[in-house]
Design a protein around this ligand. Structure first.
Ligand code: PBG
Length: 328
C-alpha cells in the first residue's frame, strides 16, 4: 500500500475525496443597526453583523469562491407570533435585499434559514400553547407561520429557503405557499428550491449558536420537535417524508457526531445533500486550538473532509472562509 503514499504528487493522484470552496456555505447572523460587528464569545472569528457589514463579509466570501451564505436574523423585538420572521421589513429580508442588489455577489447562493425561534419571545421554534404549567408546541399553527415566512424571504430575494424548525408537514405547506404566491401581485416564486433540514437532532452541540442567534428556549427544550440522537431509522423516515413533500435538497445536522446518518442517507437517496457542521463542533475545535492542543489548519481540513467522505455534497460551516483561504 505504501508505494502510492510516497510523494504528495502520488497521493494527490489517488485521492478519493476532494474539498472545494464552492461546496462550502458560510452562516451570517444579521442584526439591526449600522457598522455593527460584534464577535460571538464562544465562536472566535464569527460575528453578529449589521446589514452593511454583512455585505462586506459576503464580498470576502465571494472573492474566496465560497458557494453560498446561510442567513439568520436577530430582530429588534420578539413576540409570540414571530412577527420579525415574516415581516416585509424583517432583518433577514433587509439583508437579502442588500445582498441581492450587489452584483459582486452573483456567484453566491443566498439561503435563508426559515425558523421562528430567533423571533419568538419564548425561544421555541413554533407557536406555544400554554395551559397552566403545561405547554405544547403547536404543529399546524407553526407550519402556517413558517410558510408565510418562507414566502416573505423568497420575495425579498432568497435563492433557497431552508426550514430548520422540524415541524411536521412544513415542506409541503411551504411548497404550496411558494407556488400559490405567483397568483398574487408578486413575482413568481415557483422556481425557489427548498433545502429542508430533514434530519436535525436535538443536540447539545447547538449551544454556541443560541448565543449567536439569541434563540435559547426560555423554558423546556426542543426534544418534542427535534430528533432523538439515538435514531438512525427515524432520520431516514424524516428524509423520506421531506422528499415526498417536495424538498429539492436535504440537510443533516450536526455533522461530525452523526457521520453514520450522512452515510446512510447518501446510500439511500439521490437528492443533493448537505451537512451542517454546527456551532459546537466549531467551538470545541477552537477551544483546542486556543490551548495549542490541536493544529488548526490540519484539524479543520480533516473535519471537513470527514463530512464529505461520509457523503455530503456541501457543508454549512463556520470554517468556510478559513477553509476557502487554504483551498484558494
Ligand atoms: C434554528 C437553528 C438552530 C441551528 C440552526 N438553525 C438552533 C437550534 O435548533 O437550537 C443550530 C446551528 C448551529 O448550532 O450552528 N432552529
Amino acid at each position: 500500500m505504501r508505494r502510492l503514499r510516497r510523494t504528495e504528487a502520488m497521493r494527490s493522484l489517488v485521492r478519493e475525496t476532494h474539498l472545494h470552496p464552492g461546496a462550502l456555505i458560510y452562516p451570517l447572523f444579521l442584526v439591526p443597526g449600522e457598522g455593527v460587528r460584534k464577535e460571538i464569545s464562544s465562536m472566535p472569528g464569527v460575528f453578529n453583523l449589521s446589514v452593511d457589514e454583512a455585505v462586506k463579509e459576503a464580498e470576502a466570501c465571494a472573492a474566496l469562491g465560497i458557494g453560498g451564505l446561510l442567513l439568520f436574523g436577530l430582530p429588534e423585538k420578539k413576540d409570540e407570533q414571530a412577527t420579525g420572521a415574516w415581516a416585509a421589513d424583517g432583518i433577514v429580508q433587509q439583508g437579502l435585499r442588500a445582498l441581492k442588489c450587489d452584483r459582486k455577489l452573483d456567484s453566491l447562493v443566498v439561503i435563508a434559514d426559515v425558523c421562528l425561534c430567533e423571533y419568538m419571545s419564548h425561544g421555541h421554534c413554533g407557536v406555544v400553547a400554554r395551559d397552566g404549567d403545561h405547554y405544547e408546541i403547536e404543529n399546524d399553527s407553526s407550519v402556517a407561520l413558517l410558510a408565510k415566512t418562507a414566502v416573505s424571504l423568497a420575495q425579498a430575494g432568497a435563492d433557497i429557503v431552508a426550514p430548520s424548525d422540524m415541524m411536521d408537514g412544513r415542506v409541503e405547506a411551504m411548497r404550496a405557499a411558494l407556488d400559490a404566491a405567483k397568483c398574487e401581485a408578486t413575482p413568481s416564486l415557483e422556481h425557489v428550491p427548498i433545502l429542508s433540514y430533514a434530519s436535525k437532532f436535538a443536540s447539545a452541540f447547538y449551544g454556541p449558536f443560541r448565543e449567536a442567534a439569541d434563540s435559547a428556549p426560555q423554558f423546556g427544550d426542543r426534544r418534542s420537535y427535534q430528533m432523538d440522537g439515538a435514531n438512525l431509522r427515524e432520520a431516514m423516515r424524516e428524509i423520506d417524508q421531506d422528499i415526498a413533500e417536495g424538498a429539492d435538497m436535504v440537510l443533516m445536522k450536526p455533522a461530525m457526531p452523526y457521520l453514520d446518518v450522512i452515510r446512510a442517507a447518501r446510500e439511500r437517496y439521490d437528492v443533493p445533500m448537505g451537512a451542517y457542521q454546527v456551532s459546537g463542533e466549531y467551538s470545541m475545535l477552537h477551544a483546542a486550538f486556543a490551548r495549542g492542543w490541536l493544529e488548526p489548519e490540519r484539524t479543520m481540513m480533516e473535519s471537513l473532509l470527514s463530512i464529505r467522505r461520509a457523503g455530503a455534497d456541501f457543508i454549512v460551516t463556520y470554517f468556510a472562509k478559513d477553509a476557502g483561504r487554504v483551498l484558494g
